[in-house]
Design a protein around this ligand. Structure first.
Ligand SMILES: [Zn+2]
Length: 58
């Protein structure tokens, strides 16, 4: 859930890297967790995690 306003772009959006950083480990581990669930890697990398699909009723 995104508590920010305006809402952060989703992990699949073209500007996903613009989401707020919620856990920064750039100094020690070289990555930062973004609000949308994507992982920003040191340098230019952005690891996009697929959004969870909607649960499907059986
Ligand atoms: Zn957010």
């Amino acid at each position: 859930m995104c508590p920010h306003s305006p809402t952060c772009p989703s992990s699949t959006a073209p500007d996903a890297a613009a989401a707020r950083i919620v856990a920064e480990h750039l100094q020690d581990s070289g990555y930062a967790l973004l609000c949308n669930g994507a992982v920003l890697l040191e340098g230019d990398g952005l690891l996009r995690l697929p959004e969870r699909p909607e649960p499907v009723a059986a």
